[in-house]
Structure formats: structure tokens, C-alpha cells
Design a protein around this ligand. Structure first.
Ligand code: NAD
Length: 294
């Protein structure tokens, strides 16, 4: 590392809290080293109180860009100069680019593009498809909007009646009024509608935290009749690698049951491209950090 760093090294930051556990610094620094890029990536513990100063710091220091995670993904928007169309529609930013290092900050969101690319890399095209999606939090919203931008025919969102339901209503309205795709929202408690929707869909995406600790015993699907060999099942959770849903889908014949590692990798790869202009060596990073992930 020290051999790589010089007076010319460009810095990319990650601002969030808590953040010390994040794998992103390792992934990005490993990729810079692999490609011989004169960049360094560092995590900074930044919450909403420090956010305005941190963004000014990015401008003042000519930091090339940043990743942004909780609790700053929405709060950072007023401090930026421009938003990508997807970030504007999602209402959240996970990647900031400091154009030419000159202080003009553009916010992007790569969670949705990361998810769609993870599907594409497995041979799954979302265009013209009917897709059932559970979840309307940060991940669900970014995915729903990107599916719409990438030409999905229908996005049928199901969420339980919790604080996220209103979020889903807004997302559905945005998709229906501002994209060519069409979206609906149904209470997840309406299990007959959920089953009917899955039966008519080619892809089911679970973007809820069901299946992730402490909900590792929860799967939103427990009826084998809902699984078909040709139904693509994609669970955005990556810890554990095989959620209860994925295990159930595989046991009942789903040919494609994908975990959230691909989405995590590709959202990072999209950010890497925005920051450096180069393609992240994705296979190398996958082998280095997630060799047991498939
Ligand atoms: P969030 O808290 O913003 O949203 C949580 C969503 O899950 C809400 O829609 C909520 O209604 C729903 N939910 C939670 N428990 C549920 C249950 N038992 N039954 C039905 N619905 C339930 O969370 P988020 O940031 O959107 O993250 C959601 C999941 O996605 C997490 O497991 C997270 O680890 C994962 N994630 C993965 C990636 C990736 O790159 N693979 C990226 C972001 C998030």
C-alpha cells in the first residue's frame, strides 16, 4: 500500500456511521492495486451532524468522490449540485462524483443498477418482464425504480402495512407517472394476490430484511406451489448467503435462486466506474472476498 501512495494519489471516501465494519474500503483498494490505479479509498465515521462539513471537505480537499451509506443517503441530497435521473427518482444517493475534482458534486445511486446487473450477469433480462417485488425500504425503492428505467413491463410491489408502506405508494406513483413501466402496490397480507402475482411473474425479488439476522427463520414464501423451475428468485440479503427463501426455492426446483452478493459487488463496481472511469475487476474481487458466495 505505502508503495502505491504518493503526492498525486486521489482519494475516494465513504461517509456513514457505523462504518468500520464495511468491506468497501478493502474491495476498492484491492481493485485499485490490481489495476495499478493511483487512488486510495478510506472510510470516515460521518453522521448527519457532521454531514455538511464533510461534504464541504470533499469539495475543499478535491476528494474525487465518495460512497454514502446510512444515515446519509437521503440527507446528503440538499448539499449536492446535481443528481442522476435515477438518484432523483429514488430520492437517495450512495455515490458522489466530484467532477474533475473541481467541487461540482453529482449524486448517483448504484444499488438498483447493481441489482439489475447482477441479474443480467446470470442471463436474466428484466426488460418487458412482469416482476413481483417485496420490500419498499432503501433497497426495494432503488430496485423498483431501476427495473422501471430498464423497461420492466410491470412491477408489482407487495409490502406489509408498516412505516415503509407510504414509501411504496410514492414509488408506485413515480413509476406510473414518470416512466414507461407500470407499478402496483398491494398489502402483503393479501396472500391470494401475492400468489397470483408470483404465478404471473418471471422474476421474484425479495428486497426485505426477511431472511437476514435476526430474521433468519423468516421466508415470505412457504408454499411450494409458488415456486416453478422458470421462476427466477433473487434475495438481496447476502448474510447468510443462503436465506431460508433461497433454500426453499432450490429445494422446490427453482433453477435460478440468487443471493445478494452479486448486487453488492456490482453496486460497488458501478461506483468504482463512476469514480475512476475504469471497470472494476469484478471476478478478481469476487474470488478474493467471496470465493464461497455462489
Ligand atoms: P429497510 O429497513 O430500508 O427496509 C426493510 C424492508 O423490509 C421494508 O420494506 C419492510 O417492510 C420489510 N420487512 C422487514 N421485515 C419484514 C418481514 N418480516 N416481513 C415482511 N416485510 C419485512 O432496509 P434496506 O436497506 O432496504 O435493506 C433490506 C435488505 O436488503 C437487508 O437485508 C439488507 O442487508 C439488504 N441489502 C442488500 C444490498 C446488496 O447489495 N445486496 C444492498 C442494500 C440492502
Amino acid at each position: 500500500m505505502t508503495e502505491r501512495l504518493s503526492g498525486h494519489t486521489l482519494l475516494v471516501s465513504l461517509i456513514a456511521t457505523p462504518i468500520r465494519h464495511s468491506l468497501s474500503p478493502k474491495m476498492h483498494n484491492e481493485a485499485y492495486a490490481k489495476l495499478g490505479l493511483d487512488y486510495a479509498y478510506l472510510a470516515f465515521e460521518v453522521g448527519q451532524e457532521e454531514l455538511a462539513d464533510a461534504v464541504q471537505g470533499i469539495r475543499a480537499l478535491g476528494i474525487r468522490g465518495s460512497n454514502v451509506s446510512m444515515p446519509n443517503k437521503q440527507a446528503i441530497i440538499p448539499y449536492l449540485d446535481e443528481l442522476s435521473p435515477a438518484a432523483e427518482l429514488v430520492g437517495a444517493v450512495n455515490t458522489v462524483v466530484n467532477k474533475d475534482g473541481k467541487g461540482h458534486l453529482v449524486g448517483h445511486v448504484t444499488d438498483g443498477t447493481g441489482a439489475v446487473r447482477a441479474l443480467a450477469e446470470e442471463g436474466v433480462d428484466v426488460k418487458d418482464q412482469i416482476i413481483t417485488l417485496t420490500g419498499a425500504g432503501g433497497a426495494g425503492t432503488a430496485i423498483a425504480i431501476q427495473l422501471a428505467l430498464d423497461g420492466a413491463k410491470e412491477i408489482r410491489i407487495f409490502n406489509r402495512q408498516d412505516d415503509f408502506y407510504a414509501n411504496a405508494e410514492k414509488t408506485v406513483e413515480k413509476i406510473n407517472t414518470r416512466t414507461d413501466s407500470s407499478a402496483t402496490l398491494t398489502d402483503l397480507a393479501d396472500q391470494a394476490a401475492f400468489k397470483q402475482s408470483i404465478a404471473e411473474s418471471s422474476i421474484y425479488i425479495d428486497a426485505t430484511s426477511a431472511g437476514m439476522k435476526p430474521q433468519e427463520d423468516v421466508s415470505l414464501i412457504d408454499d411450494p406451489a409458488m415456486i416453478r423451475p422458470d421462476l427466477v428468485v433473487f434475495d438481496v440479503v447476502y448474510s447468510p448467503l443462503e436465506t431460508k427463501l433461497l433454500k426453499f426455492a432450490k429445494e422446490n426446483g427453482a433453477k435460478k435462486a440468487l443471493n445478494g452478493i452479486g448486487m453488492m459487488l456490482y453496486q460497488g463496481a458501478e461506483a468504482f466506474k463512476l469514480h475512476t472511469g475504469e471497470d472494476m475487476p469484478v471476478e478478481y474481487i469476487r474470488d478474493t472476498f467471496f470465493s464461497d458466495a455462489k
